[in-house]
Design a protein around this ligand. Structure first.
Ligand SMILES: Nc1nc2c(ncn2[C@@H]2O[C@H](COP(=O)(O)OP(=O)(O)O)[C@@H](O)[C@H]2O)c(=O)[nH]1
Ligand SMILES: [Mg+2]
Length: 186
């Protein structure tokens, strides 16, 4: 059973589909986290093997996920921005152990929040302060300060410390996201 089974089941009853975007820099732990979350009945869709732009897609009866790296000096930006419109919830993964690249992650977040397809929508954003197991990793509070999350006023957001390898912290995040999606009354 994946951690999302309960959420997928709940939405399946309503016959609704929710599209979740999972974003973050490469190496932040997106693939690891998503694999932990994947419901047992998930079907992997077209994994586009574009060189330098890695996108993963999978789908259950009621949830569909698109996962991609916001890296590559924006070279692939127009490819990934294409997916913003359909996103109804965002999971943004940050590597808490990589202080240098957190500045880049912060800039990518800023660009995301200012995008016309995101800016005026109340999309819930779940942040994972991932790799909390690494020595010297920043705490979720510190990550939230570095990423200037308090400046996000017009969207519900939440941050959880996570260990993608062990799966720790993921359920708390998914529970929050589930509440947000339920509140969306879709
Ligand atoms: N120590 C530690 N390593 C992690 C964690 N999550 C992912 N990793 C490792 O970080 C690397 C990048 O992970 P991956 O999921 O491929 O990142 P992606 O590029 O964002 O999809 C891999 O070697 C993972 O095993 C974590 O919570 N703690
Ligand atoms: Mg990946």
């Amino acid at each position: 059973m994946g951690l999302l089974d309960r959420l997928a089941g709940l939405l399946g009853l309503k016959k609704k589909e929710v599209h979740v975007l999972c974003l973050g820099l490469d190496n932040s732990g997106k693939t690891t986290i998503i694999n932990k979350l994947k419901p047992s009945n998930a079907q992997t869709q077209d994994i586009v093997p574009t060189i330098g732009f890695n996108i993963e897609k999978f789908k259950t009866s009621s949830l569909s996920f698109t996962v991609f790296d916001m890296s590559g000096q924006g070279r692939y930006r127009n490819l990934w921005e294409h997916y913003y419109k359909e996103g109804m919830a965002i999971i943004f993964v940050v590597d808490s152990s990589d202080k240098l690249r957190m500045v880049v992650a912060k800039e990518e977040l800023e660009t995301l929040l200012n995008h016309p397809d995101i800016k005026h929508r109340r999309i819930p954003i779940l942040f994972f302060a991932n790799k909390m197991d690494v020595r010297d990793a920043l705490s979720a509070v510190k990550v939230s300060q570095m990423m200037l999350l308090e400046t996000i006023k017009d969207k519900p957001w939440h941050i959880c410390a996570s260990d993608g390898l062990k799966g720790e912290g993921l359920q708390e995040g998914v529970d929050w996201l589930q509440d947000q999606i339920q509140a969306m009354k879709i």
